[in-house]
Design a binder for this molecule. Structure first.
Ligand SMILES: *[C@@H]1O[C@H](CO)[C@@H](O)[C@H](O)[C@H]1NC(C)=O
Ligand SMILES: *[C@@H]1O[C@H](CO)[C@@H](O)[C@H](O)[C@H]1NC(C)=O
Ligand SMILES: *[C@@H]1O[C@H](CO)[C@@H](O)[C@H](O)[C@H]1NC(C)=O
Length: 433
């Protein structure tokens, strides 16, 4: 009986072996995708210095959250202070009905202006009775029923930026209040901070959230003061690296460059945050928004939609719903991609790249020039051996555009647009040589 089983297995293996051989040959003669990490035959010896991750603290805060960058929506960029429970509910409904929730956008985050101007007689935060009459717990129930998560906002100061009560010196009370409302996420701002350094003001809320016993994503928003990448890995699940984004090409490109510096510090559990997405808010062209979305995804930035989801244009939806680009952001390797080469006037022809799981690379050709440009990514700049054959998938055209590129790849890129690709190296199978 045992013998019989063994020979059956042998037979299955043999069939499988020929099947695999046959299928790999039919894809591309004598090549098969590599599985091992940073294989020397594919990558150059300086691969690890191009994509340095030496400052990443393993799993960072390690509260079980942020294993990939957070995705969702936040009220601020479009609505600012003009919010109420109806808008939040309609947005939750829109996340579901548009299919964006299924693509990973699950956090529904209320920004400033949800709370009343003063605490109650017990010193607790209370929702604004005019705009959130049903309370935050009811909203949390509403979004949870739809498979989503609720985020809230407070401030590591005496007031929020819109002069509602802040949580400084009320960390334990407020964390317990948020937990009692079943909140899943806290964005913690930096106004009215009494000049106390962020390093002193942000850890108490981390400890209070932890002590509340509820799993709450902790998003630091201290505008990059005192370079949080250097210390916030053990404090928050993400940390803003810059001041607020505005809906303009100038703001977006400036912030991308500032955030790029801290790439070596990001990883599962804790991410650099270049602020929320402005895609769809009207201040940039379609090409510029596509760049914004592509580069944020490549940088492993939080993907927090900042537009009105109840009224999405087709173009805006096309950008936010790009599964190929989202997959780059959510890749399990969790290494922040970065700017690897610039050329042309003021360095406006740019190559950005990063490692992905399965020995793949994401490569973006970003044209920041004011005319159509041809941009070239050469293998040595990407950290690839020049003889490495690469299959190239275009993430905006959603198709493979080259099966066996070697040594370099060039493409013409529209003004302020960004082409984005996955490079999958192939290796010659030595057994067949
Ligand atoms: C809620 O806020 C939205 C967006 O600002 C606004 O259009 C709507 O009139 C408000 N609804 C109520 C009942 O205040
Ligand atoms: C609290 O912190 C510990 C240690 O990092 C962690 O294991 C635990 O999951 C945290 N609990 C919550 C509720 O965040
Ligand atoms: C919906 O968006 C369009 C632009 O895409 C805008 O012109 C229109 O005013 C918006 N409608 C509402 C109700 O906000």
């Amino acid at each position: 009986m045992a013998k019989q089983t063994q020979s059956n297995f042998a037979c299955v293996y043999l069939v499988l072996f020929f099947f695999l051989r046959a299928s790999s040959i039919s894809v591309s003669a004598r090549v098969a995708p590599l599985l091992q990490t940073y294989e020397k035959s594919i990558f150059t010896s300086n691969f690890h210095s191009i994509y340095d991750t030496s400052k990443y603290g393993i799993l960072q805060l390690n509260n079980g959250l942020a294993r990939t960058p957070q995705m969702g929506w936040n009220s601020w960029n479009f609505f600012a202070c003009d919010i109420n429970e109806t808008v939040i509910k309609e947005t939750a409904d829109a996340l579901v009905s548009t299919g964006l929730a299924d693509l990973g956008y699950v956090y529904v985050n209320i920004d400033d202006c949800w709370s009343a101007a003063t605490r109650n007689s017990e010193g607790q935060l209370v929702p604004d009775p005019n705009t959130f009459p049903s309370g935050i717990k009811a909203l949390a129930d509403y979004v949870h029923k739809r498979g989503l998560k609720l985020g809230i906002y407070s401030d590591a100061g005496t007031f929020t930026c819109q002069v509602r009560p802040g949580s400084l010196f009320h960390e334990v009370d407020d964390a317990d209040t948020f937990a009692s409302w079943d909140v899943d996420y806290l964005k913690y701002d930096n106004c009215y901070n009494l000049g106390i350094p962020p390093k002193k003001r942000y850890p108490p809320m981390r400890d209070a959230l932890n002590a509340s016993g509820r799993s709450i994503f902790y998003s630091l928003c201290e505008w990059g003061v005192d370079y949080p990448a250097l210390w916030a890995g053990k404090v928050g699940n993400s940390w803003r690296t810059t001041e607020d984004i505005y809906d303009s090409w100038f703001s977006m490109t400036t912030i991308a460059d500032l955030n790029d510096k801290w790439a070596a510090y990001a990883g599962p559990g804790g991410w650099n945050d270049p602020d929320m997405l402005e895609v769809g808010n009207g201040g940039m062209t379609f090409q510029e928004y596509r760049s914004h979305f592509s580069i944020w995804a490549l940088m492993k930035a939080p993907m927090i939609i900042g537009s009105d989801l109840r009224n999405l244009s087709e173009e805006t939806y096309l950008i936010y719903s790009n599964k190929d680009v989202i997959a780059v952001n959510q890749d399990s390797l969790g290494v922040q991609g970065r700017k690897v080469q610039v050329s042309g006037k003021d360095g406006c022809r740019q190559v950005w790249a990063g490692p992905l799981s399965g020995n793949r690379l994401v490569v973006a050709l970003w044209n920041r020039c004011s005319q159509v440009s041809t941009i070239t990514a050469s293998w040595n700049v990407l950290g690839l051996q020049s003889g490495t054959q690469v299959s190239i998938r275009d993430l905006w055209q959603h198709k493979v555009i080259a099966g066996d590129a070697v040594s370099s790849f060039s493409a013409q890129v529209d003004v302020h647009d960004c082409n984005m690709y996955i490079f999958s190296p192939l290796i010659v199978s030595h057994s067949e040589e």
